[in-house]
Design a protein around this ligand. Structure first.
Ligand SMILES: Cc1cc2nc3c(=O)[nH]c(=O)nc-3n(C[C@H](O)[C@H](O)[C@H](O)COP(=O)(O)OP(=O)(O)OC[C@H]3O[C@@H](n4cnc5c(N)ncnc54)[C@H](O)[C@@H]3O)c2cc1C
Ligand SMILES: *[C@@H]1O[C@H](CO)[C@@H](O)[C@H](O)[C@H]1NC(C)=O
Ligand SMILES: *[C@@H]1O[C@H](CO)[C@@H](O)[C@H](O)[C@H]1NC(C)=O
Length: 488
């Protein structure tokens, strides 16, 4: 917490320093913010620069995803969200919607205009009869797991600590439980949505199949979601945690990862092998997961036999496993993701990933790079077989595993170097994968890992035209176009 507050203060200071003229304007109460605060109910508040609540509203996991807003607004009820959208639309004011603030893309949940923080939508209501849970759009997954744990049930959500429910779910959602139940979007039964018109509606497969389809991966294009209803599944204790390895043991971890990717068919088993370049050397952080108290012999034995630097593996609660990852180690630094979709992680692809780690790790450390990493995330080829058609993935015929590139650095001056490197590195892995048969030409990439200038076709494939016409119907005056993100 101290670290987070410190990082937040540093972000605010750097934003303020960079823009003295902007700051002067921010200190005046903006007329649109004043109009909003007069129109909404007492459940909703507006905050300005200088207020601690403004500071925490505009904070992000990656500081490069933050901007100074005219004000922040915390709506308390869905009807107020509708009133706010009405004012933003009629004044054509740029705005942002922030859930957990974990976007890796600049401007996706930040704005120089009005910043809407969804944190007051924080309820979790479990219904045993329907085996579903209604979950507020302002929560992070840790809170959801904590609330469901006493009922011995769980949902298909985030794998590491701190990630927001809303952005994660609206982009797709790759979970520890995806091999068993699909992406998070495959487990949604209803959205409570505030449409750009201001109407508060419940969207289900039967009430509005087109909008239900669009919301499953279509991000913030169709309005602001206030609650998600997700299917729940029985949850026992799980097994796993974090193991770290130093440079000499990388070949052994790579061999075990390739074997896992090629041979393990138990849907309860999952791993993330992260190659990282830290303090001048590559190493690996490995997260292992089994959805049960003890994994069957054979699945993880190779990994466990390799000499480790640190090891935190046990039979534990799902929440404890999620908290075992060091996901906030770079909190508050600048950051970018980019991604490639793969059918399998082969030894030669893993060799190339190690080479990228060392190559970009050495280059980018000269540009204030602090953490250069590559997440190897093998899923079963059947992962898309658990759900119906959705905005993402546009094609469920071939199972694709996301490969994620993540760079962290400190100086804004070097932003473009990191963005360019993330493009070049992804292209290199994609081309190699295609030439070796582990990539699929034109395969859709995951919107929540894709860099900001990824073309829509690259993520939504043949769904683009359908999503564009749905957007035009739901939002004829393009109010959601005033918010950042991938836009239909
Ligand atoms: C450390 C870390 C770990 C991650 N792990 C995973 C993982 O295991 N699996 C996975 O699939 N992804 C993962 N991701 C990616 C993650 O899905 C995205 O970062 C996602 O954007 C996070 O959602 P958020 O609510 O925290 O983000 P935010 O930055 O708050 O929002 C992201 C986008 O969603 C929109 N949005 C937010 N709330 C609403 C709303 N209520 N209505 C409409 N639009 C809204 C925003 O406008 C923005 O465009 C991870 C990211 C990080 C940084
Ligand atoms: C390592 O990666 C760099 C950058 O992508 C590339 O130029 C180089 O050819 C690679 N080396 C090997 C042996 O693949
Ligand atoms: C898929 O759609 C059918 C028909 O609308 C429905 O009965 C079924 O429950 C859906 N499956 C999932 C996983 O959502």
């Amino acid at each position: 917490m101290f670290f987070k507050n410190f990082a937040l203060a540093a972000t605010l200071v750097s934003l303020v320093k960079g823009h003295p003229a902007t700051i002067e304007k921010r200190l005046l109460f903006d007329p649109v913010c004043v109009q909003i605060s007069k129109a909404v109910s007492s459940a909703t508040d507006v905050y300005y620069l200088g207020d601690l609540r403004y500071g925490s509203d505009m904070a992000h996991w990656a500081s490069s995803s933050s901007q100074l807003a005219k004000c922040t607004v915390r709506p308390g009820i869905a009807a107020d969200v509708g009133i706010i959208l009405g004012i933003l639309g009629s004044t054509r004011t740029p705005f942002a919607v922030k859930g957990g603030g974990h976007t890796s893309n600049p401007g996706f949940s930040s704005t120089p205009g009005v910043h809407i923080a969804m944190s007051r939508f924080s309820g979790v209501t479990y219904d045993a009869a329907s085996q579903t849970a209604v979950i507020g759009a302002g929560l992070v997954w840790d809170d959801v797991y904590a609330a469901l744990e006493p009922h011995n049930v769980n949902v298909v959500g985030g794998r590491v600590s701190g990630v927001g429910v809303a952005g994660f779910t609206l982009g797709g959602g790759y979970s520890w439980k995806t091999n068993q139940y699909g992406l998070t979007v495959d487990t949604i039964t209803a959205f409570e949505l505030v449409k750009p018109s201001g109407a508060v509606v419940t969207v289900t497969e039967t009430s509005d199949p087109d909008l239900f389809f669009g919301l499953k991966g279509g991000m913030n294009n169709f309005g602001i979601v206030t609650r998600f209803t997700l299917k729940t599944f029985p949850q026992t204790k799980v097994w796993g945690g974090l193991i770290t390895f130093t440079f000499p043991h990388i070949p052994a971890v790579a061999a075990a990862t390739a074997e896992f990717s090629a041979t393990v068919t138990d849907a309860k088993a999952s791993i993330i092998t992260t190659y990282n370049f830290l303090l001048g050397q590559p190493g690996i952080s490995l997260l292992v997961f089994y959805d049960g108290p003890t994994p069957p012999a054979g699945i993880f034995d190779k990994f466990l036999a390799i000499p480790h630097l640190t090891k935190d593996i046990s039979t534990r609660s799902f929440l404890s496993l999620v908290k075992s990852s060091p996901s906030d180690a770079t909190y508050g630094q600048r950051g970018i993701f980019n991604t490639v979709s793969l059918t399998q992680y082969t030894p030669s692809l893993l060799d190339a990933i190690l080479n990228e780690t060392v190559f970009w790790g050495s280059h980018l450390s000269l540009k204030s790079g602090s953490f250069i990493s590559y997440d190897v995330e093998p899923f079963l080829p059947s992962l898309f077989s658990h759900g119906n058609s959705s905005a993402y993935p546009p094609n469920r015929a071939v199972g694709l595993s996301p490969f994620n590139i993540y760079y962290a650095w400190s100086l804004e001056l070097f932003d473009s170097h990191f963005h360019k490197a993330a493009h070049e590195s992804a292209a290199r892995i994609r081309n190699l994968a295609i030439s070796e048969g582990q990539g699929v030409l034109g395969a859709a990439v995951y919107p929540n890992y894709a860099i900001f200038d990824t073309p829509l076709e690259g993520m939504y494939g043949e769904n683009v035209a359908t999503l564009q016409s749905l957007k035009a119907t739901i939002d004829p005056t393009n109010i959601m176009g005033l918010a950042g993100g991938f836009k239909f």
